[in-house]
Design a protein around this ligand. Structure first.
Ligand SMILES: NC(=O)c1ccc[n+]([C@@H]2O[C@H](COP(=O)([O-])OP(=O)(O)OC[C@H]3O[C@@H](n4cnc5c(N)ncnc54)[C@H](OP(=O)(O)O)[C@@H]3O)[C@@H](O)[C@H]2O)c1
Length: 355
């Protein structure tokens, strides 16, 4: 959430009362809005809708009327406050930016003085650090792009976090190019389902790892081979890959290294799931240390949102090379159920909210 929102978006009415968000309060005036709020850290049961002040854009921000939002694992981290280390930034005792949500698509309502790229009425998509599960949100103009032709508003909302993570992981960190081979571990989730399509668009040969339920969906995204991890172990074959993009964090570094070609690159986007306290820090240290003792390259990805990447992804979408996979859609009144579905860790593709 921006500084502007932090100072100007404050809860001002009683909560709707239902943790399941079965009722949504109506904004009382034009400068109020409804938002999905986590007043404390916890499970999806702490989420509720509240009426809060509508934010005002700073000079470099755009006020967007949110039409759709997508749930990502980052929302789950914000909600649970785990790994605990994150609370140094999120708020020690409770979330200091209580409106959750990263990914959104909607219409521009107003722009800050320095914004020249967007005008009221434009349809845009992008990401914020928090605040997307609300009727309005202020977004830095550097984290927005025009919605691509051919995508629904829900598909556009499903694109930013997963699309940029997959793009930066494969193209920038992995250096994946035409004719190379890539193994995607966790290929059926939000990032994985984007990664399969982006890797194909980059000209790579894709081997995707997922569970039985998702095999057909992942094949339909364009994967050349699909490994069902419930019946086959990708680390137990002789196959070697130029890039391994890991989104599951469920194997040892030894296993990951084993399947890399001699000059291969391991891109880690997920820390071990038991990393409650300092989370990815231990994992990052392990990866950096292991790097010193191998000809392969081992890297930990930290996605950084930027407009150029949103535009690159929009172009892929406009040319039919990338379409976010959406398994489930929820009305905003069921935001808690949507977040829980993602928190459970086995969603297929993206989970979206209509706002
Ligand atoms: N580094 C960054 O900047 C960054 C940015 C975004 C996300 N992330 C991280 O990247 C990871 C993936 O994110 P996401 O949005 O794709 O999450 P997601 O939508 O929840 O997907 C997770 C996927 O992991 C799969 N999975 C679970 N256990 C598995 C196993 N044993 N073997 C293979 N796959 C397994 C699940 O598939 P099944 O249902 O088939 O088990 C599911 O599809 C998360 O850890 C997230 O926190 C990092």
């Amino acid at each position: 959430m921006s500084e502007a929102q932090r100072s100007q978006t404050t809860p001002r009415l009683e909560s709707a009362g239902s943790p399941e968000l079965t009722t949504s309060p109506q904004p009382a005036s034009a400068d109020a809005m409804a938002a999905v709020v986590a007043p404390q850290y916890g499970t999806s049961a702490v989420l509720r809708t509240e009426v809060v002040d509508r934010p005002n854009p700073r000079v470099d921000e755009v006020l967007v009327r949110v039409r759709a939002a997508a749930v990502c694992q980052g929302d789950v981290h914000l909600l649970t406050g785990k790994p605990y280390l994150l609370r140094l930034g999120f708020g020690l005792r409770r979330p200091k930016d209580p409106i959750i949500g990263h990914d959104l698509a909607g219409e521009v309502v107003a722009v800050g003085r320095d914004v020249t790229e967007f005008r009221p009425g434009d349809t845009v998509f992008g990401s914020v650090n928090s605040g997307a599960f609300a009727e309005y949100v202020c977004v830095s103009s550097r984290r927005l792009a025009a919605t691509p032709a051919g995508l629904t508003i829900e598909e556009a909302a499903a694109l930013p976090d997963s699309g940029m993570t997959a793009l930066q992981g494969l193209r920038d960190t992995g250096g994946l190019g035409a004719g190379q081979s890539v193994l995607i571990n966790g290929a059926s989730g939000g990032v994985g389902s984007a990664a399969v399509q982006i890797a194909k668009a980059l000209g790579a040969e894709v081997t995707a790892v997922c569970s039985t339920r998702h095999v057909e969906a992942v094949r339909a995204l364009g994967a050349d081979q699909v490994i069902d991890y419930t019946t086959e172990d990708f680390a137990a074959t002789d196959r070697r890959y130029d890039v391994l993009f890991d989104l599951a964090g469920n194997r040892s570094l030894r296993d990951y290294r084993k399947v890399l070609a001699p000059k291969g690159v391991f891109v880690s986007s997920a820390a071990a799931p038991d990393a409650d306290w300092i989370g990815p820090v231990v994992w990052m240290a392990k990866v950096m240390l292991a790097n010193l003792f191998t000809s392969r390259r081992l890297a930990v990805l930290l996605m950084s949102p930027r407009r150029e990447d949103l535009e690159f992804l929009a172009e892929l979408a406009a040319t039919g090379k990338f379409r976010p996979l959406i398994e489930k859609r929820y009305p905003v009144a069921q935001a808690a159920a949507a977040v829980q579905h993602v928190a459970d860790g086995h969603a297929q593709g993206k989970t979206v909210l209509a706002i």
